[in-house]
Design a binder for this molecule. Structure first.
Ligand SMILES: [Zn+2]
Length: 840
């Protein structure tokens, strides 16, 4: 007997599923049969597997009819039948519903060219929704072979994990589509999609060791012209990963599907990857760099999983973090190889900062934690898993060396191919490839302890003194120590040290040289220099620092303000020292800090601050000009867009606003970065007729990127009346449920009307929870952390004490703490900063 309600007994093990599914798209139902080959180690009289929200018509075991019962509470099907040691076959017939909740086997809809609603049956099994599509052993370590058949209307496309190997007509005219059997894989990676869809011609990517990988994009009719870029990224990534991993692509084909309704961003189903439309389809001639980079990130992320996740899989859901952290790390590495001009590791700093923000809170969590129920792992799909986890792997890679790290990954994948692993298996494999580095000890200190260190650097008697202390926005007497792999640059000499205690001294041959701690900027830590060491890095010397080093100087300073270690007025002066900066990543950090400072101010003080912003941005924008040079690189164009936005919105610059209006009046042929920036600038000062044009833009856009740009800008308008129209639109049903929570979120982030948007969401709380995907609810309310009016803070904090978000309890705690931190920051700094601005 096994009493664990979340883990099935191991007395029988499934090895092969022969599955036939037949959807009825009009009725939103399906029927199916599955024959499951099982192996028993000893005699038993019960077979226990998962099934939920299915009607079971019949069960046979080795062709003998068996009795069965369903237990909805544990989502199990219990079959009563004698099973002898060795192989048996369980056969089950069942029916179910194609739901509208974007999980299991579900309905996605779109309007065709004639305005008729069309239906797609598509699947999202992770984490535990495969059991809603067919009865199965729905835990990641029950890997098995899947031989899938779909019975569909003759005019529909059908896709699954394996390549189509046969299509025949049945007597009733329906087509029986058979797919090649899969390699042994977990149930959460099964995909079955049926609908009036189109597929591109396959791109044939060479497969290492012989043969080719047919790569296709599958989309709703009429969007084939938006597939070139996704195919190019996909083909490049398949080539690159085969080299990096040193292992051929593990299955026979690669389909990537762009779906109109999708709860997450994308899903790494083996050989049949599903995406939101805007993350796979785009028109490069009208898209911005960030829109294309985001698409490339997601495609490279999902393809990284084909090996790391699909070929080698976590034993249980506690391993989700490593699965996602590793794919995040690989996505950046692969993107960096695909487009070196995007400087992906420099702009990754922005993502690292997002993780820092949460990890600076008392309510942060350790990256890995024990998981009993699969639902306990729902909270793992957050910034600490993706961004912090990815950054920690980057830190390890930079400490070991890129090739040494790669060899460890290769060792891991070869050792565990087709199997399941625990986190430590990766560290052990990397350590076997790098015997001199204490990989497991080092990583355990970062994975099992929450937070991260502030490294303080000072000089003492000709030595460099490095101290570590956990960083927090609020004072903590926290003695947590990390095993810190540290890069030092002393003068022109780089070295690595491992800091394990709270203080370490480094002898200096020449104590007068400039010293960069965390040189290169890849460590997951902040640095506080004493005045002497800091003075050697700023001013003239700053140009000798790498982009990421300079990014970190700005980001560390802004966070010192949040933590109460530096005044906001001093930060503003510090930022004004970066006027000659020309790297995008550094300006990204600067605008984050400027927006944060702006949130501390109202009235005349805000007007005075806007003047300072204009003065800071003007020289850089003037130098770049408003007319892109034909041969400039994409990051320069993107920097121009960032500066235009900073000037027009944050700086309230009338000239920038006028130019942006001209662009919006005649956008054809204007550089996409300028169009995107102008879209936001005009919204921020727009009136009702602008608003109507944006709604039209949202309704008639021909690319997903254009559509989202117009839609999100609807949240930025300056009057209560127009923001209210956006709130109503979000709840009207016209905006897809995959997007509506994010539109409401952007309304809450509106500087002037965020509190109004919050009270709207609060009023519509029940409806939002019934309508929107569960994973989006906490993201919808995330910007309440920006609302610092004391009465709103009290309202938000008390509302959530009575309305917990159970699927994201930890993340909600973090949002609420972040709001309290912001409220304290405003109370501490706003008057002092206003005084300093008035004095200037
Ligand atoms: Zn992933």
């Amino acid at each position: 007997m096994n009493d664990d309600p979340y883990r099935l007994p191991r007395s029988v093990i499934p090895t092969r599923y022969t599955l036939t599914l037949e959807p009825d798209l009009a009725a939103a139902t399906f029927s199916g049969t599955v024959d499951i080959e099982i192996t028993a180690g000893q005699p038993t009289d019960r077979i226990v597997l998962n099934a939920d929200e299915l009607d079971i018509a019949s069960v046979t075991v080795n062709d003998a009819s068996a009795t069965f019962e369903l237990d909805p509470k544990t989502e199990r099907l219990i079959v009563n039948a004698p099973v002898e040691p060795g192989m048996s076959t369980v056969s089950i017939a069942f029916t179910g519903t194609l739901n509208d909740l974007l999980r299991g086997w579900y309905r996605s809809t779109f309007k065709d060219a004639d305005g008729n609603e069309r239906v797609i049956a598509t699947s999202q099994m992770q984490a535990t929704d495969c059991r809603r599509a067919f009865p199965c052993w729905d835990e990641p370590d029950f890997k098995a072979v899947f031989e899938i058949t779909l019975v569909v209307e003759a005019d529909l496309l059908a896709v699954s994990n394996g390549e189509e190997i046969g299509r025949s007509a049945r007597a009733d005219g329906k087509h029986v589509v058979r797919f090649r059997e899969t390699m042994p894989m977990s149930t959460y990676l099964v995909a079955v999609v049926v609908g009036p869809l189109e597929a591109t011609e396959p791109v044939l990517v060479p497969k290492v060791g012989g043969g080719t990988i047919p790569l296709r994009i599958i989309h709703v009719p009429g969007k084939g012209h938006l597939t070139d870029f996704g195919l190019d990224v996909g083909a490049a990534a398949l080539r690159w990963y085969q080299q990096y991993y040193g292992i051929p692509y593990p299955t026979d084909k690669c389909d990537m599907l762009a779906l109109p309704d999708f709860a997450a961003g994308a899903m790494e189903n083996l050989g049949c990857i599903t995406y939101r439309e805007n993350l796979l389809l785009c028109d490069p001639s009208t898209s911005t760099q960030i829109e294309m980079q985001t698409l490339a990130d997601v495609v490279t992320h999902e393809l990284a999983h084909m090996w790391f996740g699909d070929l080698v899989t976590m034993k249980w859901w506690n391993g989700i973090w490593l699965n996602e952290a590793f794919a995040t790390f690989m996505e950046i590495a692969c993107c960096d190889a695909y487009r070196p001009d995007w400087k992906r590791w420099a702009t990754f700093s922005l993502e690292r900062s997002v993780a820092f923000e949460t990890d600076s809170l008392a309510s942060t969590r350790s990256v890995e934690f024990p998981v009993l129920a699969p639902a306990d792992a729902d909270g793992m799909f957050d910034v600490l898993t993706y961004q912090k986890g990815g950054a920690l792997l980057r830190m390890l890679e930079q400490y070991l060396g890129e090739e040494q790290f790669r060899q460890g990954v290769n060792e891991y994948l070869r050792t565990h191919a087709y199997g399941n692993t625990e986190t430590g298996d990766l560290w052990d494999a990397i350590e076997r490839a790098n015997p001199s580095a204490p990989v497991r000890r080092l990583m355990d200190s970062w994975i099992w302890q929450p937070g991260y260190p502030l490294i303080s650097a000072k000089l003492d008697e000709g030595q460099l003194v490095l101290q570590q202390q956990r960083f927090g926005y609020t004072d903590t007497e926290d003695a947590t120590l990390f095993v810190v792999p540290l890069h030092l640059k002393i003068g022109d000499t780089e070295s690595k040290v491992l800091i394990e205690s709270d203080e370490q001294r480094v002898p200096l041959a020449d104590p007068n040289l400039p010293i960069v701690v965390n040189a290169g900027g890849h460590g997951f830590m902040r640095v506080a220099y004493d005045d002497e060491l800091r003075s050697r890095l700023v001013g003239e010397a700053i140009s000798s620092l790498t982009t990421v080093d300079r990014y970190n100087l700005v980001d560390d300073a802004w966070n010192a303000v949040i933590a109460g270690r530096l005044g906001a007025s001093e930060l503003l002066t510090f930022l004004e020292g970066f006027g000659s900066e020309r790297e995008l990543a550094v300006w990204q950090a600067m605008t984050v800090a400027l927006r944060g400072i702006g949130r501390l101010l109202d009235g005349d003080a805000y007007v005075a601050f806007q003047e300072r912003v204009r003065a800071l941005v003007a020289p850089a924008l003037a130098e770049l000009g408003w007319a892109p040079a034909g041969d400039e690189d994409e990051l320069t164009s993107k920097l121009r867009g960032l500066l235009v936005g900073a000037s027009g919105v944050l700086g309230n610059d009338a000239d920038a606003q006028r130019r942006c209006r001209e662009i919006m009046a005649a956008p054809d042929g204007v550089h996409p970065e300028l169009v995107a920036a102008a879209t936001n600038v005009v919204a921020a000062v727009g009136d009702a007729s602008d608003y109507d044009r944006y709604v039209d833009g949202f309704r008639s856009a021909t690319t997903p990127q254009d559509q989202l740009r117009f839609m999100y800008a609807l949240a930025d308008f300056p009057t209560a009346e127009l923001v209210q129209r956006t709130l109503d639109l979000a709840m009207s049903g016209e905006v897809k449920t995959q997007n509506a929570p994010f539109l409401l979120s952007r309304c809450i982030a509106n500087r002037d009307h965020g509190a109004m948007a919050w009270s709207f969401v609060r009023k519509n709380w029940t409806k939002a929870n019934e309508t929107f995907p569960a994973n989006t609810i906490v993201r919808m309310i995330d910007p309440v952390k920006l609302l610092t009016d004391p009465s709103v803070v009290a309202d938000v904090q008390s509302f959530f004490s009575e309305h917990p978000i159970v699927q994201a309890a930890k993340t909600l705690d973090q949002v609420l703490e972040r709001q309290r931190v912001n409220a304290a920051l405003r109370a501490r700094e706003s008057e002092r900063l206003a005084g300093a601005l008035a004095a200037d």
